[in-house]
Design a protein around this ligand. Structure first.
Ligand SMILES: Nc1ncnc2c1ncn2[C@@H]1O[C@H](COP(=O)(O)OP(=O)(O)OP(=O)(O)O)[C@@H](O)[C@H]1O
Ligand SMILES: [Mg+2]
Length: 288
């Protein structure tokens, strides 16, 4: 987990930018890290990105390009060296309290049961323990885990733990959901089931989502827009593709849709060059 001290801290940001219906706005942000020898490493260069309230945006790019870094900037965990981050039209001050963050690694507390893990966010926010646990049980039911509510994380499968983690974020009803390769370690079928579950919950109560993934098919299946980053260092946003596929979507079936395939072809054309840069030694064209 980065701390604000890892990144260069710009002066206190007070000026409002963006508008109230822009959940997240990056205005030409650059992010740098202090590294050994008194040097700085410029991870992200002048990124511009807007995520509207209720919009589902995926970020795709090669390993090490700065996807997690951008999510951390939206979460208020990192401050840009230059440029501005705005949340619903206001400057970000400290941690972004309007966002929930679903990390790639399991963030469940092993000594707490599923229901206790899901309830904890409400309890910390001052909700009475009984009410918090009742709501947590209702959330576990919504993610299909009612019979597992009293199990500890080690008694759950990887996919079940991800569903607990999803309930843990959604129970707080954040206006912005930041997801960093949340289904990365899961097998292909479980990823599809998780994607369908996520879309079902999201369509009941649309929040702004910034969803990081390596998987272009997953990005297109889920999102309203797919944003492509170049290979780092000094990575930039080099593509921004609207995904006009009709909703509701069945993400197991949608890949067969010719419109999906055309979008995939267009985006992969841009992404492939960047992915190859992240694997020096691969000649262009070998990853066709
Ligand atoms: N605290 C830090 N100090 C120095 N460099 C960092 C730090 N955090 C990240 N970086 C560097 O910034 C770049 C972007 O890292 P980031 O974790 O955002 O990549 P990513 O796109 O999420 O990669 P992956 O797909 O592998 O998760 C990388 O080159 C990384 O080494
Ligand atoms: Mg990452």
């Amino acid at each position: 987990m980065p701390s604000a001290a890892d990144a260069h801290i710009a002066g206190a940001e007070t000026q409002s930018i963006g508008s109230a219906d822009e959940a997240v706005l990056f205005d030409r942000i650059a992010i740098e890290f202090d590294v050994a020898g008194g040097k700085t490493f410029r991870a992200v260069e002048e990124a511009d990105l807007k995520v509207a309230a209720g919009e589902f945006v995926a970020i795709v790019g090669p390993t090490g390009c700065g996807k997690s870094t951008l999510l951390n900037a939206a979460a208020g965990l990192l401050k840009p060296a230059s440029g501005r981050v705005s949340i619903f039209g206001g400057p970000i001050a400290g941690l972004n309290e309007r966002a929930g963050y679903l990390f790639q690694q399991d963030a469940l507390m092993p000594w707490k049961t599923a229901v206790e893990n899901v309830a904890i966010g409400l309890e910390v926010a001052g909700v009475r323990r009984k009410d918090a646990r009742d709501q947590a049980r209702a959330w576990l039911k919504r993610v299909g885990l009612a019979p597992f509510a009293d199990r500890y994380p080690h008694m759950l499968s990887g996919g079940q733990r991800k569903r607990v983690a999803l309930a843990q974020v959604l129970i707080r009803d954040p206006e912005i959901i930041l997801m960093d390769e949340p289904f990365g370690p899961l097998d292909a079928q479980t990823r599809l089931i998780m994607g369908d579950l996520l879309l079902r919950l999201w369509s009941e109560n649309r929040k702004a989502v910034l969803f990081v993934t390596h998987d272009l098919e997953e990005a297109i299946s889920l999102s309203d827009r797919v944003v492509i980053m170049s290979a780092g260092p000094a990575a930039r946003i080099i593509g921004d593709f609207p995904i006009p596929l009709a909703r509701p979507r069945d993400i197991g079936e949608i890949k067969l849709d010719p419109e999906f395939q055309a979008l995939h072809r267009d985006i992969w054309h841009i992404l492939k060059k960047e992915v190859l840069k992240a694997y020096p030694g691969f000649a262009d064209g070998e990853a066709e």
